[in-house]
Design a protein around this ligand. Sequence first.
Ligand code: NAI
Ligand code: MG
Length: 354
Amino acid sequence: MKKFKIAVIAGDGIGPEVIAEGKKVLSGIAALDGTFAVEFTDFPWGCEYYLKTGEMMPEDGLDTLKAFDAIYLGAVGYPGVPDNVSLGQLLLKIRRGFDEYVNLRPVKLLEGAPCPLAGVKREDIDMVVIRENSEGEYADVGARLYPGTPQEIALQTGVFSRKGCERIMRYAYELARREHKTLTSISKGNALGYSMVFWDEIFAELGKEYPDVKTQKLLVDAASMMFVKNPKRFEVVVTSNLFGDILTDLGAAIAGGMGLAAGANLNPERKYPSMFEPIHGSAPDIAGKGIANPLASIWSVSQMLDFFGKEDWGKRVLAAIETLLVEKKTLTPDLGGTAKTQDIGEAILEILRR
Ligand code: NAI
Ligand code: MG
């Protein structure tokens, strides 16, 4: 029997609370299916670990993780540890170290999910944002000069390589081709005359290999307006690291909120493990209260199942989340319910068993 080995980094704040529910769902599915098994190995890495040891994860952390089929991550970051340390030494280290250059974020409005936009139907918001995840504006390149003086200077450099742009765009073109969807590239060539002009050129060049894919090109400021005014025009979206980060939070807001937004960090070549996570943070304001919404983490389980080639289960998990939202019996307070975090995993399994 195939056994999927999953490294679990539950992390900080509500991370462990929401991850526990995702684990319940995944174990429950393996039991229902009967043809595959899952094995979780928990790693206590994160801010508490940092306060004890001075590092977010051990020096050889990546070597340890290499042996797994996937990484399931909650959230990292907590007051007392600078966010650039917690994010940089764990999350970004894994994304870069394992060449997880595709950040795949579904922005899909499920039936029953709250939507702040007026007059929007379920099928109007159904896109997938492909965010470049390895370089761009988040490449760790820069300098601080003349610190502490009135002449102080900070430099932060964007890194856009031909290889990096091509591979993320190719991934998006292939997805659009496979699913017969339109592809929108979001950039900012009018103001960023080097990096984004380069991006636009490569997008157009590659397009010649995909004459069957209908494309459009938007500036990021116009695109953010369109996300709100006319989300229906987006199907597959490809964009840079920074723009994707911002646009997917906006996407989360229009499609049910942070409690419902998941993201996969993929190494498509499968040379290294891919990482699955809710896109929200550690939510220190509600940590420990048992009220965090674990549906984003459970949606990540759906993405993981897709990546494992178990797309049927991936679809069923998403459908179960939708049923839960429509029935409104077992929802956490952010979705207007009174259920506890720990009730949700079992409620999803109960729907899956029907
Ligand atoms: P956040 O996502 O943790 O919280 C923003 C707001 O959304 C809060 O009011 C929170 O209560 C609410 N919220 C988030 N997830 C929720 C859920 N599952 N159910 C119900 N409500 C939820 O973002 P914030 O406050 O900016 O960051 C807190 C910490 O998390 C920081 O240290 C930050 O660096 C870190 N962070 C980590 C990320 C990661 O590990 N991928 C991503 C974003 C932030
Ligand atoms: Mg973000």
